[in-house]
Every structure is written in structure tokens, then in C-alpha cells.
Design a protein around this ligand. Sequence first.
Ligand SMILES: Nc1ncnc2c1ncn2[C@@H]1O[C@H](COP(=O)(O)OP(=O)(O)OP(=O)(O)O)[C@@H](O)[C@H]1O
Ligand code: NI
Length: 336
Amino acid sequence: MTTTAREPRQAPLGAATPLLSVDRLSVRFLLGRGGRRGEVRAVTDASFDLRPGQLLTLVGESGCGKSVLASALLGLLPGNAQLRGTATLSTQDGGRVELLSAPESVLAGRVRGRLVGLVPQSSATHLTPVRTARSQLLEAVRALRPGLDDPAGLVDHLAERVGLEPAVLDRYPHELSGGTAQRVAVALALAGDPPVVLADEPTTGLDRPLVDRTVDLLAGLAEEGRAVLMITHDLAAARGVATDVAVMYASRLVEIGPAGRVFDDPWHPYTAGLLAALPEGGFTPIPGHPPELTALPDGCAFAPRCALLGARDERCTGRPELVRHDDRMVACRRPC
Ligand SMILES: Nc1ncnc2c1ncn2[C@@H]1O[C@H](COP(=O)(O)OP(=O)(O)OP(=O)(O)O)[C@@H](O)[C@H]1O
Ligand code: NI
């Protein structure tokens, strides 16, 4: 069965409290000392919630700011990054952690791996080359769950959870196929049993059956009550498993809503363009290119390409804010 043939999944109803609530998150990188050579506006005013049971997929062309958004949440950006906004994580004991202002000691000691697991963009290179998968998993489990009686047992359990044969654990990273390395990366992300999982391009370089298995694995994490943010270029894979979609263009979220609705009836011309570029959409690429993030226009960043699509009209003035239309949020004055 292909992912595209599946029924869209839906976020569970009634899961009201977000585990992660992002409000007007902006990230800019200062170029040159003190920003003398300008700045890259990588993320602008991103707001979204992530609830237990949700698999939110973040899509958009290369360079639009997806990975920077995820890295900002985990305090993994380099020193030339400046952050604005808030990202609040709710903890099981009713507490809250404000991720953007948390000191590194809190991010390292409480957040990364424990409250938020990360499946990084290039999982194979993320693994230490000179140690077996088992020893890396064991180290992660020992570090993240120091009081555990049987860490080796948990490693076996994690391997089973992500569909790894036990013998595979005794291999070195270079002996693992791309799909297997990806599973090890997911197991590592789960070592601290985090309620929130961020996966950055988890299916890159995998063939279609492995893509399906990987996204199914992430969907399973959402089904067991975690909140999952999956960054991907692969809309076809996302379509089968995502409960919700956020579409990013030139650093801004331009459409967010339930996956089934957004994929079946996109409102932002950019979302419609991304879907038309898929094989089932007729392979029609969006004409033109995204703007440089060092020189973003004040108005709608998509307007020039919208004009090439023949969809621009007199309403396309000023910057469209992300506002609620029916079942979703859209940043367009004239949604499709
Ligand atoms: N340290 C940095 N300094 C300056 N610019 C940066 C830095 N890190 C990232 N950028 C820029 O921020 C923008 C967003 O990058 P990001 O990696 O988030 O894109 P992406 O949407 O994840 O792309 P892809 O789909 O290719 O992974 C890009 O223009 C990138 O060049
Ligand atoms: Ni990226």
C-alpha cells in the first residue's frame, strides 16, 4: 500500500493542552561582526501548538527555515543567532519550561533527550563511527535514565520498538544501511522517553518502502500519545501519516491546518503549488525562486511567484498575516 492511498489521520479530539506552544518565534543570523554584513531572517513570527497525539509535518522548499526552527527549540543554534518570541514546553508534573530563554544547563540537563527527542537531519553522520549502535544506545540510556536497573534491557526494548533486529545493534555505523541507521537514530531519540519528538528530514535518502516504514514509526509515536514534529520535503510521505500540516515559505508559516483538509483543499497558493509539483499533482513545478532571506520584501514574499502562476490580484498588497479561515490558519489575502 502506498502512503498516498491511505486515509488521512486525525489528531485525537479533546487533547486540549499543548505539550509545546510556540508563539511568534523569530530567528535571525547576524552576518559579520554585530550584523555589519546584514542578517538572514531564517524564521519570522512562527506560531503553532503541538499536542499529544499530533504528528505535525513542517514542509517547504529548501532553505525556508525549517531546520533552524527546530534547532531554535533545542538551543542548538550558533552564536550569531538572535531569537525572539516564546516556546513553552509543558511538563508532566504541571511545570513549564520556556525553551528560548532557558539556560544551556536546563536545555542540556532537562530538555534535550528527556523532554524533547531529536531525530537529526543526517542520522548516519550523527552516529559515532567507531562505536557499535548498541554501545551508543546504552550510553544514551545510562545518561538519560541514570537510576534504571536494566539499561541493556531497555536498549533491546528500544530496538524492538523501532523494528531493529538485535544482531544489527552490534554493527558499526558504516555497516548500517540508511534505513537501519535511521532506526538507530529514532531509538536514540527515544532513549529518554521524551513526550515531544522532533524529526528533521527523517526519510531523506531512503527508498519508498523504508520511507513508509519510517513515517509509520513516527505516526506510532504520536499514536502512543507523544507530540511529533516531522520536517520533510516528502509531501507524499507526510500525506499518509500527518495529522496536521504547517507550510513554510521564506521564513514564515503560510498555512497550518488538519492534514486531510489542507492536502485535499489547499488555500494558500504556495501550498497548492507544492501539491501540484508532486507526481500525482502532475509534476508542475512552481515557477520562479524563493527570495533571499537577507532581503525579504515587506509585503507578501510569495507575490512574485504568485504572479507567475497568474494568481496575483489587487488584494495582494501589504503583508498578509496568518489568520484563521474556517478549519485552518492562512497568510493570504486571496486564498485559493
Ligand atoms: N549559522 C547560520 N548563519 C547564517 N545563515 C544561516 C545559518 N544557519 C542557517 N542559515 C540560513 O538560514 C536559512 C534557513 O536554513 P534551514 O537549514 O532552516 O533551511 P531548511 O528549510 O531546513 O532547508 P532544507 O530543506 O534544505 O534542510 C538558510 O538560508 C540558511 O542558509
Ligand atoms: Ni533543513
